[in-house]
Write a protein that binds this ligand. Structure first.
Ligand code: OAD
Length: 274
């Protein structure tokens, strides 16, 4: 398996969304849902947001599940675990190097920018918790971001523990080594079987318990414990608004489950948030 030889895709820059795609939901009920969501978001002082790979799909970053998802072609056990890294660090790093190159070509899309606008409006009342490691929320202007699954631009030494942000794409040395102690560096992401950062998790649950509205955006809602955050918000009385191309495990429980692209549906929902 070699990622180095995989072609880098041609990316199209996201433009302003001018049309709402007509997907599974009828156009009328989608528009009604957007209007309802906009009303709830406009009235809320505390909003908790959970994002997943789907919000970056329109930026050209592949998702893990769903159509074209990475886990349809690759096995997580071979690429995203400590055991895989110990077995073949070069292979694992080739995979992350390939993803870093794709992400380096990506730009935030209107969905990311809508969340940045919402943070500007709500300030402390806004909490963004993401499963994404791509850094696109940060590049769109969100400032307080809790990263549940780490950061693909962070590298950590397996010897001395030194961490640094590294934006080299492609990496010059594969697998990369620590310039201080010479040990292998690893990606600063959370692998399967590893604990999530406690502060991010705690921030997510605290925001979920306090939220009047919880937005669940572009996530398949199957990876735990992230998927528990909207459930916690639901139990605490928040209105749950999901946006996803496909139905998920959460859809039936959500107050509004809107079928469509976050880059198209979010901007009209947070309209006036800037
Ligand atoms: P998934 O790939 O599991 O799910 C992405 C979801 O986004 C799917 O339900 C798609 O239908 C939906 N989707 C795709 N494009 C969309 C769009 N433009 N607008 C709205 N929805 C869209 O991604 P996550 O839920 O983030 O973990 O996956 C969770 C974790 O599983 C990831 O963080 C990663 C993965 O294995 C680790 O690597 C630890």
């Amino acid at each position: 398996m070699s990622f180095a030889r995989l072609p880098l895709p041609e990316l199209t820059l996201p433009g302003a969304a001018t049309t709402i795609s007509r997907l599974n939901t009828s156009e009328q009920s989608l528009l009604t849902g957007i209007a309802q969501a906009r009303e709830w978001v406009a009235a809320a002082r505390r909003v908790a947001v959970l994002t997943g790979a789907g919000i970056s799909a329109e930026s050209g970053v592949p998702t893990f599940r769903g159509a074209g998802g990475l886990w349809r072609h690759y096995r997580p056990e071979e690429l995203a675990t400590q055991q895989a890294f110990m077995r073949d660090p070069k292979l694992v790093w080739e995979w992350y190097d390939w993803r870093r190159q794709r992400i380096a070509l990506a730009r935030p899309n209107p969905g990311h920018y809508a969340l940045a606008a919402l943070e500007r409006r709500l300030a402390e009342g806004f909490t963004l918790v993401t499963q994404n490691v791509d850094g696109l929320h940060e590049r769109a202007g969100n400032q307080r971001i809790w990263r549940l699954h780490g950061d693909i631009w962070l590298v950590r030494c397996t010897g001395c523990g030194r961490e640094e942000r590294n934006f080299e794409a492609p990496l010059l040395e594969l697998p990369p080594r620590c310039r201080d102690c010479g040990a292998l560096l690893r990606p600063g992401v959370v692998w399967f079987g590893e604990p999530l950062p406690a502060d991010a998790l705690e921030a997510g649950f605290t925001a979920a318990r306090a939220a009047e509205v919880c937005l669940v955006l572009g996530t398949s809602s199957v990876v735990y414990p992230a998927a528990l955050i909207p459930r916690c918000a639901l139990e605490a009385g928040a209105r749950i608004i999901e946006i996803n191309l496909d139905p998920t495990d959460l859809s039936a429980a959500a107050h509004l489950s809107l079928r469509g692209r976050t880059g198209e549906l979010l901007p009209p929902i947070v309209q006036g948030a800037a």
